[in-house]
Design a protein around this ligand. Structure first.
Ligand code: ATP
Ligand code: MG
Length: 727
């Protein structure tokens, strides 16, 4: 074991569970040598308690390698990990995180032979992530037959949710997890086609496969004997199972009737599983088997425009989905060094949000408020506003009625937003497990976009229902309760979801995933348990207020309570320039309006401020499903902030807004372009806007006349007279 150390070379200790292959040791020596700038030898120490391997660089620094990761991944981690470790300071566990869910060990050819000797019968079963060409299974059968010294037949089964690329079952209790080279099976199958088309001979094709197989090390991994379990109790979407003492948390288990479940509550004598399928035919004493993998969801471009359930299965009747890949629904969030600050705006098309609580790509912004006051509408409008951008959206519906989801689908389809949106839907009548996993599935889909360097937006509608679902399953599994009967880890349930929203660093492709969780409050109480939890996880919140909604202020955003802690950095300078004033105008208006309501006498300056504030508040109202391009927003916000609309009756403002936008689009396309591109508001641009607004007023018919400072108290008078309002 290990290499003889030369006198000049530095000896590093590698502690691992199994003996590392020579190829891997050589690779390690080379990489570590490069890093440390001196020749390195490696001394191996076996330790059965280590998962994967740990390389001790010196007292302070160590590198952890998880061998359950494929070689390519391992190499990548090694490169990154070593570079980071070289900067010093960090603990190894911060740098490289092992995420394998099943303990896997390497197996040499002799182990394989021993395993095959133990095999009674001649049939083995190969489960693979993708369909495998019969050429490949034949090749495998030949190899196994040679190792066993007798004929072995390979049966094939496809399971796209498999964690490993392929698993070989040897009789009852043993399985061999086939390594990375089978991760290329799909490539191999595809290349086989190409080779055939190109007229290559079968010999050349086999050589190609062999070259792939030979170029990969380590060879095979044999998994510990697995255990089967028995159902003790089933009902309400959960099953209590005995046995399966080695099952991992969140591991997928399979029941006799083919239904899947998630191992959820691990106790010493029993395991509580959430069912993801029918309870039919599962009864006391039925068998359950471990699958050794985490729950996965299909991801990729083919999901756009589709409606799927929490397992990523289509429910829109548009046929099967061929995903780019399968991704675990849960994953560790990117670490600090993997991220960079939010610096690109996420345009929502909603004036009040873009101006006062601007969002950035990679941000988490909570939408919170009582029921039926436009929470979902804000999220849907934001998705619609991504129409001409490169943002890919995922909308999660957790426990909303099918009819509500239907309306959302209709809105998105009619506006063309469905093309770049996936809906993950967990209906209220489904088993609780579906409602529990829906946001994680949606997040994995968005993450795939982010990992590819793209920009994703995920809406979780809503996390209050998600928390209630979690409370429900926890109660069924008799987990101890915490505050307001929510289980103690409810904070972690939401934080590990929302932390996955990120802006990735340039080295990782610079992609982003923006998260818009929604939380419903009772009687506007944003200081209740779930609201405070989620507020503390997010980078800001959009607070909707029932009072405002009923007064007709829509979107009913409470300007005082809503914040965006990071988005300001991403706001375009144009909007930023006008937004500062707007905030002050609104705040002053709020204060003085109260004052005036009590009949206080006011001077002219105050009156002017009231006029301005009233216009501002009116202009920030926006109709449903009508997101505005940024240039239009900048135009009208500039107009109101600079008092250009003070002389118009408040009630006519919405009409004038449309009028001025139409006018500028039609008669001054140059101005729109300047505003769209504009990085700042210079004098020339300002003059142009002023002139445009004035011209617009000249051709505008005031229909409703009110006193400028009426605050809606005076009776409105309708007149049809044509007025050129003096500027
Ligand atoms: P729920 O509690 O049911 O989830 P919600 O808070 O998500 O409700 P929405 O469904 O978005 O609220 O909206 C509730 C109602 O308010 C809808 O009928 C919608 O048409 C109306 N509404 C929301 N925003 C606006 C708006 N900007 N202008 C006009 N009406 C609006
Ligand atoms: Mg809603």
């Amino acid at each position: 074991m290990g290499r003889a150390s030369k006198t000049t070379a530095r000896e590093l200790i590698v502690r691992s569970r199994v003996e590392l292959s020579d190829a891997l040791v050589a690779l390690l020596c080379e990489r570590l040598g490069e890093l440390l700038g001196e020749p390195v030898t490696i001394r191996q120490e076996r330790n059965p308690h280590v998962r994967g391997a740990i390389i001790y660089l010196d007292e302070q620094r160590q590198v952890v390698i998880d061998t359950s990761a494929p070689l390519k991944e391992m190499q990548r981690r090694l490169e990154r990990g070593v570079t980071l470790a070289a900067r010093g300071g960090q603990r190894a566990s911060d740098i490289i995180v092992s995420q394998g869910d099943v303990p896997l060990i390497s197996v040499s050819d002799t182990n394989l032979k021993r395993a095959l000797d133990a095999l009674r019968g001649r049939r083995v079963r190969l489960e693979a992530r993708a369909p495998v060409d019969s050429d490949v299974t034949d090749h495998l059968a030949a190899k196994l037959s040679a190792a066993a010294g007798r004929d072995i037949t390979v049966d094939m089964r496809v399971d796209p949710r498999l964690e490993a690329s392929a698993v070989l079952y040897l009789g009852e209790g043993q399985r061999v997890v086939l390594d990375d080279r089978f991760a290329w099976l799909r490539d191999v199958t595809a290349s086989l086609e190409r080779y055939r088309e190109a007229g290559f001979s079968p010999d050349e094709t086999y050589d190609y496969i062999r070259s792939i197989i030979d170029s990969t090390q380590p060879e095979l991994r044999l998994e510990e004997v697995r255990e089967a379990g028995r159902v003790l109790e089933v009902g309400d979407g959960i099953a209590l199972v005995s046995g399966m003492g080695t099952v991992g948390s969140q591991e997928v288990v399979e029941f006799e009737n083919g239904a899947l479940g998630i191992a959820f509550s691990l106790l010493t004598d029993r395991v509580g599983c959430l069912l993801l399928g029918s309870e039919d035919a599962i009864r006391e004493g039925s068998g359950v088997r471990r699958t050794g993998h985490l729950l996965k969801t299909p991801v990729g471009a083919s999901l756009r425009g589709r409606i799927v359930d929490s397992l990523g299965r289509p429910i829109d009747g548009h046929g099967p989905i061929a995903p780019d890949a399968m991704r675990p629904i849960e994953r560790l969030a990117p670490g600090i060094t993997d991220r960079m600050p939010v610096d690109t705006p996420l345009h929502t098309g909603i004036k009040v949000i873009d101006a006062l609580v601007p969002l950035g790509r990679g941000q988490r912004e909570l939408i919170i408020g009582d029921r039926k006051i436009g929470k979902t509408s804000i999220a849907i409008d934001t998705i619609m506003a991504q129409h001409d951008t490169d943002v890919i959206c995922v909308y999660t519906s957790i426990g909303q009625k099918a009819s509500s989801v239907g309306r959302i689908v209709q809105t998105l389809t009619e506006s063309g937003a469905m093309e770049y949106t996936t809906l993950v839907v967990a209906l209220p009548n489904e088993q609780p497990a579906f409602r529990y996993i829906a946001p994680y599935t949606a997040c994995a889909m968005g993450e795939y976009v982010m990992d590819g360097g793209g920009h994703g937006l995920v809406v979780y509608d809503d996390l209050s229902k998600h928390a209630a679902t979690y409370r429900e399953v926890s109660a069924l599994l008799k987990r101890p309760i915490g505050r307001e009967a929510y289980p103690g880890d409810i904070f972690y349930v939401h934080s590990r979801l929302l932390e996955r929203s990120a802006r990735l660093s340039a080295e990782l492709g610079g992609g982003s995933l923006t998260g818009l969780p929604i939380v419903e409050t009772l009687a506007g109480d944003i200081s209740a348990f779930i609201p405070t939890n989620v507020i503390s996880i997010c980078d800001g919140q959009i607070v909707l207020d029932t009072g405002l909604f009923n007064e007709g202020v829509r979107p009913a955003m409470d300007v005082g309570l809503s914040v965006s802690r990071v988005g300001g950095a991403a706001q375009t300078r144009l909007v930023k320039q006008v937004a500062g004033r707007l905030r002050i105008d609104l705040a002053q208006y709020q204060e003085m309006a109260q004052f005036v309501k009590f009949g206080a006498e006011v001077d002219q300056a105050t009156l002017d401020q009231l006029t301005r504030g009233e216009r501002s508040r009116e202009l920030l109202k926006q109709t449903l499903h009508n997101p505005m391009p940024e240039a239009h927003e900048a135009l009208v916000l500039f107009a109101v902030v600079n008092g250009l609309l003070d002389d118009l009756p408040t009630a006519d403002l919405a009409r004038f807004e449309r009028h001025v936008v139409d006018f500028v689009v039609r008669a001054r396309p140059g101005l729109v372009t300047a505003l769209a591109e504009g990085t700042r508001m210079d004098e020339a641009l300002e003059d142009e806007i002023r002139t445009a607004v004035d011209e617009c007023k000249a051709s505008f018919t005031v229909q409703v006349e009110t006193e400028p400072t009426s605050l809606g108290l005076a009776d409105s008078m309708v007149s049809e007279e044509e007025v050129g309002v003096a500027p």
